[in-house]
Design a protein around this ligand. Structure first.
Ligand code: GAP
Length: 453
């Protein structure tokens, strides 16, 4: 694989930019924050919405073999017994006998506490699921769990989806939603959170076709990140060793991204075989099988599961997009975000905030806002305003100057190339629409598929 270009971003710079510009704040910050929980600010929420929209479009809207679902976060507790999460979703933990900090024993190098050098207890298994109670009484019988993955909602609805959509194999269910894990190893900003969002596909196939569909989804999913603009050299596929495989998986690959702290998982793609449908059929007493009209046989489908994280995608996109250069004679920080992902698509910048420019600029702003997220900024010099937009990844600035009053034209300035073009106000929307992408919003770079290394 090609050597990666030196990175201009470290986590500290990124956290600071996200905090300063309103992408991401520590959760409940006025109370000192809550460990590994984050709030997405005005720009972060737009970035996340755009990521989810791009994913939904690629895996549901543009396909005829996929349907969506939005299952409840709280599920019947039997779900987690059947899925193996009650017994198996555990981390081995040791506790320091002096300072009482807890550590994952498989993360430790030596046999002493990394913080104070104290003696450690024997490892104890710690379940990662958050427990709560349903109803007014806090007793064992009313315990429920916050889901640690969205996947189970799709398995338990397999029959419902099959019966209501009349889909034939192969077909998939897609879901975006919150998941919760009481993670022990935390840190690295939004990489590992206790509350996060997943974008998961459960793709049901005939058992003998599992290998073919597994390869298909590896390629499809890797290509998706490249289409979003992530540099190919910062992505890799890594196969799980036998020891690493989750209890349900026959085979698994991670799509890793080269984050500032090193290579780490962005998405996992697993062949779950028939584990989940068999387990839920056993546990519920319902028959979760598929009748194959061609062979006249009942089969338990195998499941291929591409499971991505919204937060880790946001982090990868921000790291990849971050750049520093010199523009218009000044140092600038910029985010080369794909226009479809940029939180703000266009900024409207009148050269002066006075009459008669302001009314014209505001009219243009109101018109563009019907179609896109648009910023209006009339504070400080035009250079400062361009810098502010570059730093949040706004692909286009529209400048209204005094000449605009005469010739009814405005200037569009491009974030990446710094090119400026003058266009008639009446065709501004059309020009921007063409630049912001129409039908083929996300395309692979020349060369097509990027999977084979
Ligand atoms: N249903 C399979 C499953 O949940 P996983 O590898 O544990 O598999 C899938 O999680 C994806 O969810 C990961 O690749 C990552 O993007 C995201 N994810 C998992 N744990 C996370 C956490 N604590 N914080 C942020 N994202 C997380």
């Amino acid at each position: 694989m090609a050597e990666s270009a030196p990175r201009k971003v470290d986590m500290e710079k990124l956290v600071s930019l996200c905090r300063r510009r309103g992408f991401i704040f520590p959760s409940s910050e006025i109370y000192g924050g809550l460990s590994s929980c984050w709030d997405y600010g005005p720009l972060g929420v737009e970035l996340k919405r755009n990521i989810k929209q791009a994913w939904w479009r690629a895996v549901v809207q543009e396909r005829d073999d996929m349907v969506g679902l939005d299952a409840s976060i709280l599920m019947h507790p039997q779900t987690w017994e059947a899925s193996g999460h009650l017994g198996g979703f555990v981390d081995p933990l040791v506790e320091c006998k002096s300072c009482h900090l807890r550590w994952r024993s498989d993360d430790l190098k030596g046999d002493k506490c990394p913080s104070c050098g104290g003696e450690l207890t024997e490892p104890r298994l710690f379940n990662l699921m958050f427990k709560t109670f349903i109803g007014p009484v806090e007793e064992e019988a009313s315990v429920v769990y916050l889901r640690p993955e969205t996947a189970q909602g799709m398995f338990v609805n397999f029959e419902n989806v099959l019966n209501t959509t009349r889909k034939r194999l192969p077909f998939g269910i897609a879901q975006i939603g919150k998941a919760f894990r009481n993670e022990v190893t935390t840190g690295n900003f939004i990489f590992r959170c206790r509350e996060f969002e997943q974008m998961e596909i459960e793709f049901f196939v005939k058992p003998e076709t599992d290998k073919q569909w597994f390869d298909y989804w590896l390629e499809e999913r890797l290509n998706w990140y490249v289409k979003l603009g992530i540099k190919r050299e910062n992505l890799r596929l890594r196969q799980h060793t036998k020891e690493e495989l989750a209890h349900y998986a026959r085979e698994c690959y991670d799509i890793d991204y080269l984050y500032p702290m090193g290579w780490a998982e962005l998405e996992g793609i697993a062949n779950r075989g028939d584990f989940d449908l068999v387990q839920h059929a056993k546990s519920s007493g319902k028959s979760l099988v598929y009748y194959d009209e061609e062979t006249k046989e009942h089969v338990v489908p195998y499941i291929i599961e591409p499971s991505a994280g919204v937060d880790r995608t946001a982090l990868a996109l921000l790291c990849d997009a971050y750049d520093e250069d010199v523009a218009e004679g000044e140092k600038r920080v910029l985010l080369h975000l794909h226009p479809a992902l940029a939180p703000i698509k266009v900024a409207v910048l009148p050269l002066s905030r006075k009459e008669p420019l302001a009314p014209l600029a505001k009219e243009i702003y109101a018109d563009l806002r019907q179609q896109w997220m648009v910023n209006y900024d009339d504070a400080q010099s035009i250079g400062r305003r361009y810098r502010r937009q570059d730093e949040i990844g706004t692909p286009f600035c529209v400048t209204i100057d005094f000449q605009s009053l005469e010739d009814k034209q405005v200037t569009i300035r491009e974030r990446d190339s710094l090119k400026q073009i003058r266009v008639p106000i009446e065709s501004l929307k059309k020009t921007l629409a063409a630049k912001l992408g129409g039908e083929d919003l996300f395309v692979l770079p020349p060369g097509g598929s990027v999977w084979k290394e």
